[in-house]
Design a protein around this ligand. Structure first.
Ligand SMILES: [Zn+2]
Length: 301
């Protein structure tokens, strides 16, 4: 069966067509439409082209935001506000006319990373996507854990600092206010007293050149990531936490202080059972997971 996986981000819509294998047979990327009607039209066009050129039988779509279950409504999408209250799965299925699943983008990425693991599959498995925020997903017993209303696995909003920075979710001190790209830039500005229009990659470049403020910003992001990991370890006892997303390109600059902080905060047994590693698929994980959901949709139509 040939299926289509789509990963909708605030900046770009990525798509990939999968046949029997794990490597896509075609890929695409477009700038994201700026309105809901525009996005529906854009996705309908991508799906229609994949049907025409590759005969795809179903599509899966990952989108940023809190998705309610079983209703399927996007309750809130902090980085794509025109999706607030939208019923994308229903509207897009009507426009596209094929079996279709819509899932939170970080959940889709978690499923994609899980399916890409070779050898034994850890259970449960946790995937964190460190980007402009922190997305995450939990795979338990081989399937995505969604919880009572679809909000399980919103680990980026676990608290790491009760009096900390305000978060887009309305709370303050969430992990994503510290260990995301935005958190790293905010820390750098605090330590350096400036920052101009630097992004997290720019702060990382300065760190690599020996800038002390940039070093401190990454250490801080890593330590708070370790605080988050300690909560994840005690809540879920996962066999593996994989860390992906743009910020994860910093590699050990982030993961080393995170592992050290984790080791300080949990008993050795718990720490030894949980590996913390860089993700395998990088930014292809969202499309791979969405494609797996598409297969599911085709089987259960
Ligand atoms: Zn939050």
């Amino acid at each position: 069966m040939t299926v289509l996986g789509i990963d909708v981000g605030a900046g770009a819509v990525k798509s990939a067509v999968y046949g029997a294998g794990a490597v896509p047979i075609a890929r695409g990327e477009q700038e994201t439409a700026r309105s809901y009607a525009g996005l529906i039209e854009q996705l309908r066009g991508i799906i229609a082209a994949a049907r025409r050129d590759h005969g795809v039988a179903a599509a899966g779509v990952g989108v940023p935001g809190f998705l309610s279950r079983p209703a399927g409504v996007i309750v809130r999408s902090p980085n794509m506000r025109f999706l607030d209250g939208a019923h994308l799965e229903r509207d897009l299925a009507a426009a596209a006319g094929l079996p279709l699943r819509v899932e939170n983008d970080a959940n889709a990425a978690a499923l994609g990373e899980y399916l890409a693991l070779e050898g034994g599959r850890p259970d449960p498995f946790v995937h964190l996507t460190l980007g402009s925020g922190i997305g995450s997903g939990i795979v338990a017993g081989g399937t995505l854990m969604r919880g009572a209303c679809g909000l399980a696995g919103e680990l980026g909003h676990l608290l790491v600092s009760p009096a900390g920075r305000p978060c887009g979710c309305g709370n303050r001190g969430c992990a994503e206010t510290e260990s995301s790209a935005a958190g790293i830039v905010a820390s750098y500005r605090e330590y350096a007293g400036e920052g101009g229009d630097l992004d997290a990659a720019g702060v990382f470049a300065r760190r690599q050149r020996g800038d002390g403020a940039a070093q401190k910003a990454f250490d801080r992001a890593g330590r708070f990531l370790g605080v988050l990991l300690a909560q994840i370890v005690y809540a879920l006892n996962p066999g593996l936490v994989s860390v992906g997303g743009g910020v994860a390109a910093a590699g050990e600059a982030l993961l080393k202080p995170a592992r050290e902080e984790l080791a300080r905060r949990v008993v050795p047994l718990a720490c030894a059972a949980t590996r913390v590693e860089a993700a395998r698929l990088g930014n292809g994980a969202g499309c791979a997971g969405a494609a797996a959901l598409a297969r599911d949709a085709a089987r259960h139509r």
